[in-house]
Design a protein around this ligand. Structure first.
Ligand code: SAM
Length: 284
């Protein structure tokens, strides 16, 4: 069944409108999203200061009701009741509501109450990161934010280690290196991308293996907002001589040359004899 057309009159039909907003670049607000925000009776928002800025950008003023993790249980029944006669728009601070943001219970309860539910899709950092990373996109698994504590994070990664899909994770700058290191330990040294500040002035996508990325960010936690994208198991491109040297240099800090060569050969699928020769050369 197709999604209902939004009427062009001054008011919207009563119901719930899920409105995606920009993840940095205000130019990414779609005309349809702006139209719905302008005509909604009320906008449910995570942070009214953030949404006030967006509404100012499109030159409208709408009543706002805070709806976030800390008040959702209390506010939801009254929002559901309002949907019987009013158009309620839901936005988050950035991107698509419900994606690592509040909203799914509001949609569930709106449906249960028989209200109209309409989506106005748009920016989402997870999908934008996939388009930048240069890793397979035919199957992907969105993990949101992993637990901050090392053991819980390792357990969460181990749960999905065998899934044949690209992994997409949200992470903060201060925790990035530790998260990459845990990913490398649990998943092996897969190809990955750290995408940062998407659609903003300093947008970048840094690619490499998980271990090289962990090393890169260990002493220099990046600023801004981050999405990590990790290649599926077995789909990593063959390791290069440089990858071998990097891993060997690290292994030689712990092991004699023969064992270091064996470990790296196994982990990266490289020739052991060649690695052993390089390990001896490095030692000398
Ligand atoms: N609902 C949002 C969406 O659709 O992407 C995600 C909200 S979640 C609370 C916020 C996280 O999304 C950030 O910590 C970061 O990991 C990611 N994120 C949001 N905007 C981003 C951007 N411009 N560049 C990179 N990552 C971003």
């Amino acid at each position: 069944m197709s999604s209902p057309e939004i009427p062009t009159g001054p008011g919207l039909d009563p119901g719930l409108y899920i409105v995606a907003t920009p993840i940095g670049n205000l130019g990414d607000l779609s005309p349809r999203a702006a139209d719905v925000l302008a005509r909604a009776d009320v906008v449910a928002v995570e942070d009214s200061r953030v949404t006030a800025g967006l509404l100012r950008h499109i030159g409208v003023k709408r009543p706002m009701i805070p709806y976030h993790d800390h008040n959702a249980e209390g506010v939801r029944p009254s929002l559901i009741a309002r949907m019987a006669t009013e158009a309620v728009a839901l936005v988050s601070d950035a991107g698509t509501p419900l994606i690592s943001d509040p909203g799914f219970k509001l949609v569930r309860d709106a449906r249960a109450a028989g209200h109209l539910v309409v989506t106005i899709p748009g920016p989402c950092a997870a999908v934008a990161a996939l388009t930048l990373a240069g890793l397979p996109t035919d199957r992907f698994l969105f993990l949101g934010f992993l637990p901050p504590k090392e053991k819980a994070r390792a357990d969460a990664i181990a749960e999905v280690a065998a899934v044949r899909a690209t992994l997409v994770l949200y992470e903060s700058g201060p925790r990035l290196a530790a998260c990459l290191a845990t990913l490398a330990t649990v998943l092996g040294d897969r190809e990955a991308a750290v995408t940062r500040e998407i659609t903003k002035k300093f947008e970048e996508a840094v690619t490499g293996t998980l271990a090289t990325l962990a090393a890169r960010y260990a002493d220099a936690p990046p600023r801004g907002e981050i999405v990590i994208v990790v290649a599926p198991p077995g789909d990593a491109p063959p390791a290069s001589v440089e990858d071998g040297d990097t891993a060997l240099a690290e292994a030689l800090t712990r092991l004699p040359a023969g064992q270091a060569a064996s470990e790296v050969a196994k982990a990266l699928g490289l020739d052991r004899k060649t690695l052993y020769a390089r390990a001896l050369a490095m030692k000398n």
